[in-house]
Design a protein. Structure first.
Length: 443
């Protein structure tokens, strides 16, 4: 370690093999003298927990097959509300009469809706008369009594097979329908049990079909997600930060803009760290160091990594990821020189300018301060067309072009004007004819 609290990279590579050297260089050295302490590696925070200890004793890791269904659940594109219903189905966590009767004596365990069988969550989902009516009245028109399944696992395994589903229907679509049915019937069940009131069947069928339609649109990304980068308040600057990873490490990038949305400067830097989380944190620290050197007073830092934005914003280092502990200390030390500052998470779609700069610097190996006019316009044009074509919406009468912060930055880099001036929502006229022609051909 050198006197400036950085690793002696040459010595590390000389004394250790490649994998060990990478692991050592990923360790972020503290900015001040820090006492050694024990850290529990079973939790990201480094703090001991009974849960992680039990997992360690049982030999359970994140790569075990038992976790596959949970990964499938939480990474699916359906709405979080339905994910919770799905999780409850997987855990059999609904407090039905049949479930409660396993622990205490009940006078009546029959379904409060139809009264024909023991109330279980699968009965409410598939066997109950109300559920059968909903399934038959749904857009897919399924007759539940013709499918002989008796539990949630059997139901999933049956419909995962393509020829067991109606034509042109994916498993995700039928799963979303099932979750909407479960939520609707459970709500009706609670209304009967706790309020002694029933909703008219026609209204139930109408409501659940509307719910199914809306959730299918969400899962298919048919709901337009408007995203635009907004300039900071008057007299403030905004630093958007991102990284690009390769075999040598990560390239850090920050794009600095003023309260008018104009690019003030761009900075890129290479780090030997190979950990993306550490790299995202270092990118924000690089931006803070740049603002300190530029003697800026008020700054907003933005990162598309939620964990970095959350952990670096915390005043204390308690319960943050142990990889970010020293990075947070360094970041707060740099920000203490500023009059006002803040850090927040930004949608990845609104952080494409920093993302593209990092990729450009990695490809061209250009590190340091850069002017927007020095950027390679062909590289940005390719990135812009991909983004631009992905956020276009056609209507029967006209073409609405919705764009995020990357389009504003692109307009600035390509030096063309719009009339009237872009306001972050639409462009009424592009005055650069050659760009119009190229864009039309690309799309």
């Amino acid at each position: 370690m050198r006197d400036d609290r950085t690793w002696n990279v040459e010595m590390v590579h000389e004394w250790f093999n490649r994998s060990d050297a990478k692991a050592i260089l990923n360790i972020q050295l503290p900015v001040d003298d820090t006492r050694d302490a024990w850290m529990w590696m079973g939790e990201p925070s480094g703090r001991f927990s009974i849960k992680s200890a039990c997992r360690s004793v049982k030999g359970i890791t994140h790569t075990t097959p038992a976790d596959a269904k949970w990964k499938f659940l939480w990474t699916s594109k359906i709405h979080p509300r339905l994910k919770l219903i799905w999780w409850q189905l997987e855990r059999d966590a609904f407090p039905t009469r049949g479930k409660i009767a396993q622990f205490m004596e009940l006078n009546d365990v029959c379904c409060p809706i139809c009264g024909e069988d023991v109330e279980t969550i699968f009965h409410l989902l598939w066997k109950c008369n109300l559920a059968k009516a909903i399934w038959f009245n749904s857009p897919m028109g399924l007759r539940a009594e013709l499918v002989d399944v008796n539990c949630w696992e059997h139901w999933k395994n049956w419909f995962k097979v393509d020829f067991n589903r109606p034509p042109n229907l994916t498993f995700q679509e039928i799963l979303i329908t099932a979750l909407c049915v479960a939520e609707t019937v459970w709500s009706e069940r609670n209304s009967i049990v706790h309020s002694q009131s029933r909703c008219p069947p026609q209204k139930v069928l109408l409501n659940v079909n509307n719910k199914i339609r809306d959730h299918l649109k969400v899962a298919c990304n048919e709901v337009a997600e408007l995203c635009e980068w907004r300039p900071p308040p008057d007299s403030w600057l905004c630093c958007n930060c991102d990284i690009s990873v390769d075999e040598e490490g990560v390239v850090l990038a920050t794009v600095v803009r003023d309260d008018k949305g104009n690019i003030v400067t761009i900075k890129t830097e290479r780090s030997l760290s190979t950990d993306p989380l550490i790299g995202e944190g270092l990118a924000v620290c690089m931006a803070a160091d740049l603002m300190h050197k530029m003697r800026v007073k008020n700054v907003i830092f933005q990162s598309d990594n939620m964990e970095v934005a959350t952990d670096l914003s915390m005043e204390s280092g308690k319960d943050i990821h142990f990889k970010l502990t020293n990075i947070r200390k360094r970041f707060h030390q740099l920000c203490s020189q500023l009059t006002g500052w803040g850090i927040g998470h930004v949608n990845r779609r609104c952080n494409y300018m920093a993302h593209n700069v990092a990729a450009w610097a990695r490809e061209t190996r250009k590190i340091g301060l850069t002017k927007p006019t020095d950027m390679d316009p062909t590289f940005y044009f390719r990135q812009f067309v991909l983004i631009f074509s992905g956020i276009m919406r056609y209507t029967s009468t006209n073409l609405h072009i919705l764009f995020c912060e990357q389009s504003l930055a692109m307009f600035q880099c390509l030096s063309f004007r719009s009339q009237p001036k872009p306001n972050g929502k639409h462009i009424s006229k592009l005055t650069n004819q050659s760009f119009q022609v190229s864009l039309a051909k690309a799309i």
